[in-house]
Ligand binder design. Structure first.
Ligand SMILES: [Zn+2]
Length: 372
């Protein structure tokens, strides 16, 4: 090769290198333009980039940090635990400060930003507490509630109803049917199938996953069972339910708020069934991955991953997969342990200022209020 050719190759290489560095800097500069800048959660001050903003709040019922660690020991790295843009924790106490919170008070905190007594659903002192879902509806946004239990469970109820007791299931259903929420996806078809006529006065009742796409208007879906994997038409996974919901909600030009709960980590942990619990942590992780990928595709969407409380006082101390055991539980009820608070999304706010679960509701409300 002649010297002049070598010299030109070298110069071309330098120019290319400079161009690549310049492009990287430009892309970096673009990424720095956060689509949400929260100056103050308490006063709901958020700067807005001109686009509609969506919030997806994902709750692993009963999932503490030890559940995450045990699931990692069994299944390897979890998507949400390794890929989150921000990782921290929140406190979960209710007004029953001497006892751990129950799911109703925790849902109330996460949905309304207010502490209440255990057992109460988005109410305190006889008064209704306004939820993020209701705020979203008042702003013209699309809304949805998904759970792997019946949607009258304490967590989904906290985002869609008000009741003095989580056991007031008829009152919860009546509230849900007049809520204006665009979609309810859950299980417990045994409860809802006999109520089909009542439900169909205001919602399209669906019990097969394959019927969701063709359902008109607001959807109230109840499936036979929500499995961990596979599924099929009548038994969709949480990940497939989440994606089906996003296909519906993301069309709304005013944005959307969606709550998604994996309900069974708690139920398995009450029975000290570790392998059942972490199988559901894995199913929750699969759903989170599908949701985050969807959120990145549509943009301007914050995904918050948390839990309502820890269940079972699970103690993980570095056990490998073959050493995991039900004996790692220390109780059969909820504990007071802090729970994960993870965020996916381009948000400019010191998220470490969020230390209690009530502030998660305030963050959700701050973000969805920003562009209205
Ligand atoms: Zn719970």
């Amino acid at each position: 090769m002649e010297n002049t050719t070598k010299k030109w190759l070298k110069i071309t290489a330098i120019i290319l290198a400079v161009l690549i560095v310049a492009m990287a800097a430009t892309l970096g500069g673009m990424a720095a333009a956060h689509y949400v800048k929260v100056s103050d959660v308490e006063s709901l001050e958020v700067e807005y980039n001109g686009e509609k903003l969506n919030v997806i709040l994902m709750i692993g019922d009963g999932m503490g940090f030890s559940h995450v660690s045990a699931a990692t020991a069994k299944y390897g790295d979890l998507f949400f635990n390794t890929q989150a843009d921000y990782k921290s924790s929140v406190t979960t106490f209710s007004r029953d400060v001497f006892d751990p919170t129950d799911s109703a008070a925790a849902a109330t905190a996460l949905a309304t930003g207010h502490k209440t007594d255990n057992g109460k659903v988005a109410m305190y002192g006889g008064k209704d507490l306004a939820s993020t879902t209701e705020l979203a509806i008042s702003l013209g946004m699309a809304t949805g509630v998904i759970a792997t239990e019946g949607v009258d469970g304490a967590t989904p109820a906290g985002f869609s109803a008000h009741a003095p007791s989580r056991n007031d299931l008829d009152e919860i259903l009546a509230d849900q049917l007049k809520s204006g929420i665009d979609l309810f996806f859950g299980s417990n078809v045994e409860r809802y199938a006999p109520l089909k006529a009542q439900i169909e006065k205001s919602y399209t009742y669906v019990d097969a996953f394959s019927d969701i796409a063709s359902a008109d208007g607001k959807i109230f879906a109840s499936f036979e069972e929500i499995p961990l994997e596979g599924g099929g038409e009548a038994k969709p996974t949480l990940a497939s339910l989440a994606v089906a919901a996003l296909d519906i909600l993301s069309v709304d030009e005013d944005g959307f708020f969606l709550m998604i709960e994996e309900s069974h980590i708690d139920k398995c942990s009450h029975n000290n069934d570790l392998f059942g619990a972490i199988e559901h942590v894995k199913a929750y992780d699969n759903a989170i991955k599908a949701v985050v990928e969807y959120a990145e595709r549509i943009g301007n969407t914050i995904v918050i991953v948390t839990a309502d409380h820890e269940t079972g006082g699970l103690q993980y101390n570095g056990e490998t997969a073959d050493r995991l055991s039900d004996d790692m539980y220390t109780k059969g009820s909820h504990s007071k342990a802090d729970v994960p608070f993870y965020v996916f999304g381009d948000i400019d706010f010191d998220l470490s200022r969020i230390t209690d679960n009530t502030l998660i509701a305030k963050l959700c409300q701050a973000v969805i209020s920003a562009d209205k």
